[in-house]
Design a protein around this ligand. Structure first.
Ligand code: HEM
Length: 531
């Protein structure tokens, strides 16, 4: 085995090659120097002082000083796993090519490697996994046409329908900038002035807001995407992951009992099941709608606060995902993984969903800051297919994105000197016609309360009881103006919903305030809007 500085600098020794010596691997510095003393700094005599030229010590400590990178601004706590996606080749009994030309879906049994990262949203990288929070469900498909990221959540709807509001939403849920504590008053100050959030809030404060673990939860792309076929025709689609392990949620009391013993239970559950060969699986389903505004519906198909009713838009299975391999290194694979809604392959497209477009800027923007300019050169993010670009240099450039036969002098296009060429088109382009006034406006069909009320009524009684209890607990410390606004909004979803929260709040308050709160709620009580 080559040893010493000269060998380490030579091309023949890859950085990862181990150095064997007497059956053990020798510790080296990052410069490849074998380390003969890893126990002592160099000092003047045994009692010090320390000298400054102690290169090995300085390198070791200064790398340690830089071990952390900024964590994700949201979804910081996560767990990941590798696996495979297997296509069915059909959708709703028809060849899938009728709707999309995306290669990964075409053939029954066709396999695509994937990497998945599950997460919770609001708190930091080591926060408890039992908190009431949406869960992230981000999948990177390493397809033959390059990567496709499906960046979803467990819940199928979202709090807001305009990306302008996202930083405010997140600030309201994050800890108070003074006390550094999450605060129901701040959350509901924002939410009580965001009527479109009622549907999401109804899910979040029910047991659906605390999935039992990552294996037994659904996933959803939430936003509306498009599929495009070889003729360039588009349809609107929504994506859903259905767990073959079933769905399990926790009550608040169950979550507290889990947290008392183990605040990493979801990460552990995923890792242990995969390590034991019990591989979790999800079926990928889509809902399809013809492209257009659909004035016959009482919601806009581009509104991510709404579900597409399953009786009109059935869930159609298109493939199955199996997670079968744990990461070898958490930081390299899970922490540095970078998913984004802009990462689509041919045959998959954006819809006009404003949230989707706002998100598409945000992900790669934050990743250039969080991971670095060349984050796509890291093995977890790089496509398996190979990359040949004219992008060069930048911090931490790890290699040149060149292809065999590419003239290394030509890092521009077009060129007749052996540079890279544009690819032929796979099919007709999808060219939707767009015209209108530039405005800052909300969608016409808001219908903020209809589906929230339906959800409230569809819950099982114990889920409804939990929802009321959890909302009352979170709202009880809030300012009366905020409580009143929330009761008013919930009453518009369903009269019983508003009344029960008002009663709960009245009981949670000192006696003199109780009568007033019930009286106020009765004044606001109107019949629920028909959905
Ligand atoms: C992560 C922005 C809405 C799902 C992130 C990150 C940002 C972000 C900046 C951190 C990414 C990173 O550091 O790598 C936004 C914006 C949104 C939005 C601006 C709205 C305008 C949503 C919605 C969903 C979602 C609606 C669910 C469909 C996720 C997931 C992650 C994430 C799953 C974690 C990805 C991972 O595991 O690395 N988001 N987000 N986000 N977001 Fe969003």
């Amino acid at each position: 085995t080559p040893q010493g500085p000269a060998a380490a600098q030579g091309e023949a020794t890859p950085a990862s090659a181990p150095r064997e010596q007497e059956g053990q691997t020798t510790l080296t510095t990052r410069q490849g120097h074998p380390v003969t003393d890893n126990q002592h700094v160099r000092t003047v005599g045994p009692r010090g002082p320390v000298t400054l030229e102690n290169y090995h010590f300085l390198e070791k400590i200064s790398h340690f000083d830089r071990e952390r990178v900024p964590e994700r601004v949201v979804h910081a706590r996560g767990a990941g796993a590798h696996g495979v996606f297997e296509a069915y080749g059909t959708v709703g009994g028809e060849p899938i090519s009728r709707y999309t030309r995306a290669k990964l879906f075409q053939e029954a049994g066709q396999q695509t490697p994937v990497f998945v990262r599950f997460s919770s949203v609001i708190h930091g990288g080591h926060s408890p996994e039992t908190l009431r929070d949406p869960r992230g469900f981000a999948v990177k498909f390493y397809t033959e046409d390059g990567n496709w990221d499906l960046v979803g959540n467990n819940l199928k709807v979202f709090f807001i329908r305009d990306p302008m509001k996202f930083p405010d939403l997140v600030h309201a849920f994050k800890p108070d900038p003074v006390t550094n504590r999450q605060d129901g008053q701040r959350i509901f100050d924002f939410i009580s002035q965001t009527p479109e959030a009622m549907h999401m809030i109804t899910f979040l404060f029910s047991p659906w807001g605390i999935p039992a673990n990552y294996r037994q939860m659904q996933g959803s792309g939430v936003n509306t995407y498009k599929w495009v076929n070889k003729d360039g025709e588009g349809v609107l689609v929504k994506y859903h992951w259905e767990p073959l392990q079933g769905i399990r949620n926790l009550t608040q009391a169950e979550a507290e009992a889990v947290q008392g013993k183990n605040f990493n239970h979801a990460t552990q559950d995923l890792f242990d099941h995969i390590a034991a060969g019990q591989f979790p699986q999800w079926e990928l389903c889509v809902q399809i709608m013809s492209d257009g505004e659909h004035p016959e519906l009482d919601f806009d198909p581009l509104d991510d606060t709404k579900l597409w009713p399953e009786d009109q838009f059935p869930f159609l299975p298109v493939g199955k995902m199996t997670l079968n391999r744990n990461p070898e290194n958490y930081f390299a694979e899970v922490e540095q993984a970078a998913f984004g809604t802009g990462v689509l392959v041919d045959g998959l497209d954006f819809s006009d969903d404003k949230m989707l477009q706002g998100r598409t800027f945000s992900y790669s923007d934050t990743q250039r800051y969080r991971v670095g300019t060349n984050y796509l050169q890291l093995p977890i993010n790089a496509p398996r297919k190979g990359v040949a670009t004219n992008q060069r240099d930048g911090q931490m450039a790890y290699r040149v994105d060149t292809a065999p036969g590419q003239n290394p002098h030509v890092n521009y296009e077009p060129s007749v000197l052996g540079g890279l060429r544009e690819a032929p088109r796979a099919g007709q382009p999808h060219t939707p016609y767009v015209a209108g006034h530039l405005v800052g406006q909300t969608l016409d069909r808001t219908n903020d309360f209809g589906q929230a009320g339906e959800r409230y009524r569809a819950f099982e009684p114990w889920e409804r009881d939990e929802l009321i209890r959890n909302l009352v607990d979170a709202l009880a410390p809030a300012d009366t103006r905020i409580q009143e606004r929330m009761v008013e909004l919930l009453t518009q979803c369903d009269a019983d919903y508003g009344r029960r929260v008002a009663q709960g709040l009245a009981q949670a308050q000192p006696a003199d305030k109780q009568a007033q709160a019930v009286q106020d709620a009765e004044q606001h009580s109107e019949p629920a809007q028909p959905y």
